[in-house]
Design a protein around this ligand. Structure first.
Ligand code: XIL
Length: 318
């Protein structure tokens, strides 16, 4: 897939989210990954809950192993993620923020986390999600009021971005969000947040659009909507990563295959789109849940038990 994409877009990376377990134990998984993808995103290993289980204590081994493996095969690495409500260790979530003095000491602890982590990975990441899922989980446009927000206020993405830049000026910074894949209020809010962040001295290179298609009926992304979306971010001077695409087969594998191909084709056509990443490799390790939180594993990816699915074939035809 990477080689095919490079024919028209040598600058664009085809990526996948990966986990160390299958990478080190499943030959099919590693073969398919290396044979098709030009970049990886550690699926969980770089989330704060895994990098820093206790304040001041860091466990980098798993992330380091994934990165070393990727680099040994010529793949670049997208880091995921610094500020993310859902994936914080308890110590971080429970930092006090009631008084000025508390906010001051918590600010120092949070910035220390950013600096330690970004310094550790410096030179090994091509890009990084500095903020993940800033907006509320009900698909609205207001901030999740997490510890970053409570300590630094609504300008927290710029604060994080500046701290990341200070530790690694070369890493390309992104804000990543779900439900902003098609034109609408949430997408407008994401574009405004990214532009505001840079106006406040931040260093964002662009945005990540997750593009999880949990339900074809409600989440499908049309070619027209994707093209409008990419044009709108381009006009705002922002690059786009399709960062976590996965597509349910709830309306059959043909529809699933078409949806995958539509997203890839739209990305290839727009100069704003710098990465197309699918949130997994093989159905064997499918993470997915539906809108009600039920597991729906086993039917989402480009490979099934090491063999290509119709979606993979459709992607090759793009
Ligand atoms: C998911 C992982 O894939 C799962 O393994 C984990 O249990 C929960 O998180 N949006 C994101 C990702 O930005 O970090 C999430 O990853 C999927 C949704």
């Amino acid at each position: 897939l990477q080689a095919l994409a490079a024919k028209t877009r040598p600058d664009l990376r085809i990526g996948a989210a990966v986990a160390l377990g299958p990478l080190s134990s499943d030959e099919d998984y590693a073969r398919v990954l290396v044979g098709n993808f030009g970049s990886i995103t550690p699926e969980n290993a770089m989330k704060p809950q895994f990098l820093s289980p206790r304040q001041g204590v860091y466990t980098f081994e798993e992330a380091d192993a994934i990165i070393a493996m990727a680099q040994s095969k010529g793949m670049i690495v997208h880091g995921h993620t610094i500020a993310f409500t859902e994936a914080m260790p308890r110590w971080m979530r429970e930092l006090p923020s009631g008084t000025d003095a508390e906010r001051k000491s918590s600010a120092a602890a949070l910035l220390d986390y950013v600096t330690t982590v970004v310094t550790h990975f410096k030179g090994r990441l091509d890009s990084l999600d500095v903020v993940n899922e800033p907006f509320d989980v009900d698909q609205g446009t207001s901030f999740q009021q997490n510890i970053w927000y409570r300590v630094f206020g609504s300008g927290y993405p710029a604060v994080v971005s500046k701290a990341v830049y200070a530790a690694d000026p070369a890493v390309k910074q992104f804000i990543n969000e779900n439900g902003a894949d098609v034109p609408g209020r949430r997408q407008d809010a994401l574009r405004k947040l990214a532009s505001d962040t840079n106006a406040q001295g931040g260093h964002l290179y662009g945005v990540g659009l997750q593009a999880h298609v949990y339900d074809i009926g409600t989440d499908a992304i049309s070619a027209g909507d994707l093209s409008k979306t990419l044009d709108a971010f381009d006009a705002a001077g922002l690059r786009v990563r399709i960062s976590e695409n996965d597509v349910t087969d709830d309306q059959g594998t043909d529809t699933q295959a078409q949806q995958y191909a539509t997203v890839l084709a739209g990305c290839l056509r727009s100069r704003a789109c710098v990465s197309y990443t699918t949130w997994g490799v093989d159905d064997r390790y499918d993470w997915s849940i539906d809108h009600d939180g039920n597991l729906r594993q086993g039917h989402d990816f480009l490979f099934h038990d090491g063999q290509p699915t119709p979606a993979y074939d459709a992607m090759r035809q793009v």
